[in-house]
Ligand binder design. Structure first.
Ligand SMILES: [Zn+2]
Length: 202
């Protein structure tokens, strides 16, 4: 079967090699878990794991605020809520480096200008692709929009399940955690908050 595939997908050309000490660390982890890192099926695993982790943590290489630089001022007087909901994301918890899988709803009340709607998701991914806790992820996304768009209000609600809870420890599959951050109008005005939560489906 190996004759049918091209160059090893785990040794992509033009990418820097994985440092030996990183591979050693993953070998040590495999040994610690109870397996033999020298057996055939695990030989290339350290490299794969290392590259996968670079991808999971891509967010460290970017400033998510960059996605909010391009704004549109011609909004035709639109001054109601802009909401992007059910945005799927993946992150990793900083306590166990285990997956956090969930969805986010991000809303803001524009002040004279808006951004391309996909940019809200890019801000989310910029912070999600790091080692996180859900509470901080929620706060960072809200704060970034608040500071860079200077809207009247920001609301972020994140619902996620944590593999460190569902696959280990208390092992409770299906359990989800909800966090929210309200700023500006959504924090100060109960009616606006109720309205945006309803639009989000809460
Ligand atoms: Zn955890």
């Amino acid at each position: 079967m190996s004759s049918l595939v091209g160059p090893d997908e785990d040794e992509p050309t033009g990418k820097p090699p994985v440092p030996e000490d990183v591979q050693d660390a993953i070998r040590a982890l495999i040994r610690w878990a109870g397996d033999d890192p020298e057996r055939e099926g695990l030989l290339d695993t350290p490299k794969r794991v290392a590259r996968a982790w670079r991808e999971y943590c891509q967010g460290y290489a970017e400033d998510p605020a960059i996605h909010l630089e391009r704004i549109f001022e011609e909004v035709g007087g639109y001054d109601e809520v802009v909401l992007l909901k059910d945005i799927p994301f993946q992150s990793h918890c900083e306590h166990h480096m285990a997956p956090i899988i969930g969805k986010a709803a991000i809303a803001y009340l524009p002040r004279n200008h808006v951004v391309g709607i996909s940019k809200l998701a890019r801000v989310l991914h910029g912070y999600a692709r790091r080692l996180q806790i859900q509470e901080r992820l929620t706060a960072e996304v809200a704060q970034c929009i608040w500071e860079n768009l200077k809207p009247h209000g920001v609301a972020v609600v994140i619902e996620a399940s944590h593999a460190c809870m569902t696959a280990r420890g208390v092992r409770t599959p299906g359990v989800g955690m909800i966090t929210s951050r309200m700023m500006g109008t959504f924090l100060d005005d109960t009616r606006s908050r109720t309205e945006v939560l309803k639009l989000m489906g809460y």
